[in-house]
Design a protein around this ligand. Sequence first.
Ligand code: FAD
Length: 317
Amino acid sequence: MANILVYIDTPAAEPTKAQRELLALAAGLGTPVAAVAATEAHPAGDAAAGLGAHGAATVYIGTDGADELLVAGKAAFVAAAARAADAAAVLLPNTGEGKEIAARVGIKLSSGVITDAIGIAPDLTVTKPVLAGSYTVTARAVHGIPVVTVKPNSIDPAEPTGGAPEVVALDAGEPGPAARVTGTAAKPASRRPALQEARIVVAGGRGVDGDFGPVEELADALGAAVGASRAATDAGWIGHDAQVGQTGTTVSPQLYVSAGISGAIQQKAGMQTSTVIVAVNKDEDAPVFEIADFGIVGDLATVLPQAAAEIRRRRSE
Ligand SMILES: Cc1cc2nc3c(=O)[nH]c(=O)nc-3n(C[C@H](O)[C@H](O)[C@H](O)COP(=O)(O)OP(=O)(O)OC[C@H]3O[C@@H](n4cnc5c(N)ncnc54)[C@H](O)[C@@H]3O)c2cc1C
């Protein structure tokens, strides 16, 4: 069976859900093999054992400090791993960094790059949403091997198989032109799930009027990530990394709660493939209600705390 290379961005003893989704997708196409670009911030540690236990037959570990060179070192390593494995396809996470690495790997391997994938058929035809999720299309790489970035929450994650992988140390060699990182500062840790991977997102817009308290309260009751419209991030009420939409993060959770967001096309572009959309807006004509599965016409400052209280009550029963 052909080897399918999975790029592991943040190695840990237990692979993340998004990483297990990539391993499951690879297992459906051939033999999963993994490339772990160990960095100072994310050392390889026990990652190989965890990846093997979830189906990776071989784990390539980078031997040099890939994080000193932004994505250039990682891209050189992934390309080297793809060559070493004679991979038939390369799968990466659909993050900003994942897409940038994919683009560089595509050039290094003279291969086609496809982003935003939600599925890959055995003949390596890729399914992806386009035009802000209005259509689903299929695409094929017609040159080299497909280098594909895959959206999270698209595939059921791999279950443990109990396998033990072959571990191969791999030097990526010359990365080519690259910027060098001269200093880093840790981001304050959040106990909430990462926005792009979260099964539930509660997002607030201009309607929160500066107070994300009700949005955060409902998010915490649901174990959700907090998102925002660009109006809210531009106002400085929440960090730009919370922005959902065309120029922010694209999310596709099982539940997206939109609160005080009108539903402009650029906001819809980042969330309309969510499985269930609940909109809370005091204007019954707000465009967001056109794509909502459930709509509540009301003041979010009243509706969200009530919903949070009811969820907490039911959870404690
Ligand atoms: C190139 C470009 C890229 C863009 N990218 C993005 C993007 O990535 N993401 C994004 O979100 N936007 C993006 N935008 C901006 C987008 O066009 C909208 O301006 C923005 O989404 C509006 O944010 P909003 O819905 O929070 O604000 P508004 O459109 O002002 O809507 C606020 C809503 O809150 C409701 N409301 C007010 N008070 C309450 C209350 N107390 N309770 C309940 N509801 C209330 C109102 O009825 C209204 O519907 C982009 C725009 C451009 C031009």
